[in-house]
Design a protein around this ligand. Structure first.
Ligand SMILES: [Zn+2]
Length: 268
């Protein structure tokens, strides 16, 4: 097994999957990542794993050092990132317990450091297709083979958190056509793109947010339910990632490595 190829961002429970992991304390130009990086073997590949919310889940979504996490994975040599997270459903078509591979985000966060290009170099990076198409197609094939319930695409609106939505906000998001809601996909997906990494957002649907438009009797989300649902499905998530790693071609066949072409405005 050669150099670190693939980064995984997720919650606890992944590092025990790695073969002969070593724990590395990293410091980047953007500070320390959320956790030490666990590096080891998985699915025949060399992977680096970071716990988005810290080793003891002490970092809330709006304080996650997104730039340091992506920078650390990038500096370790990874070219692809698989990122697992919980999300709420804003549409009756998307049900708790199902997986979704996001294809679009809507950013409703504020105050987050969301670019690597905020000094000297002015870059306008395209976000038209923020997620890697090749990784999504590998995920779809793998989920199908595993007979998982999943959605091959989904638009996720990203809120700042840590609070959940009001009913009015949730209704507003639904009527806009947003299908899922989450607190971490932005700026994580975009920062990966700024570093020319392939990025796949694997969402596990845990709840119906503050309710569903036109449907009574759906209880607003409570964190306890999110945690329970996520824990229940962690085994499937890990298996999905492991099998994806086994099937991933060595060479990238997508346009992610060219994400900065034509984006440069000025450079000091
Ligand atoms: Zn890609």
């Amino acid at each position: 097994m050669g150099k670190t190829e693939i980064g995984i961002i997720g919650g606890s429970g992944f590092h025990e999957l790695l073969k002969n992991p070593r724990s590395i304390a990293v410091r980047t130009a953007y500070g320390r990542p959320s956790s030490k990086i666990a590096e080891g073997g998985l699915g025949g590949r060399r992977v680096a794993f970071v716990q988005r919310h810290g080793e003891n889940h002490t970092i809330p979504p709006h304080r996650v050092p997104y730039r340091a996490n992506i920078e650390a994975l990038s500096e370790m040599g990874t070219s692809r990132v698989l990122a697992s997270s919980a999300c709420g459903s804003l549409s009756a078509r998307f049900k708790p317990g199902e997986f979704v591979f996001f294809d679009q985000f809507v950013n409703m966060t504020s105050g987050r450091a969301d670019t690597f290009f905020d000094a000297d170099t002015v870059m306008h990076v395209s976000a038209a297709e923020p997620y890697c198409k090749e990784l999504r197609s590998i995920a779809i094939r793998t989920a199908r083979a595993m007979k998982l319930k999943f959605h091959d695409r989904g638009t996720v609106v990203v809120i700042n958190g840590p609070r959940f939505s009001s009913k009015a906000e949730s209704r507003f998001f639904s009527t806009q056509g947003f299908e899922l809601i989450n607190m971490t996909q932005y700026p994580e997906a975009m920062l990966a793109r700024e570093r020319r990494l392939c990025y796949l957002g694997i969402g596990l649907i845990t709840d119906y947010d503050a309710g569903l438009v036109g449907q009574k009797g759906v209880k607003p989300v409570a964190y306890a339910e999110v945690g329970r649902m996520f824990a229940q499905n962690i085994g499937k998530t890990k298996e999905l990632i492991r099998r994806m790693l086994e099937q991933m071609p060595q060479k990238r066949n997508c346009s992610c490595s060219r994400s900065l072409e034509g984006a440069l405005a000025t450079q000091k």
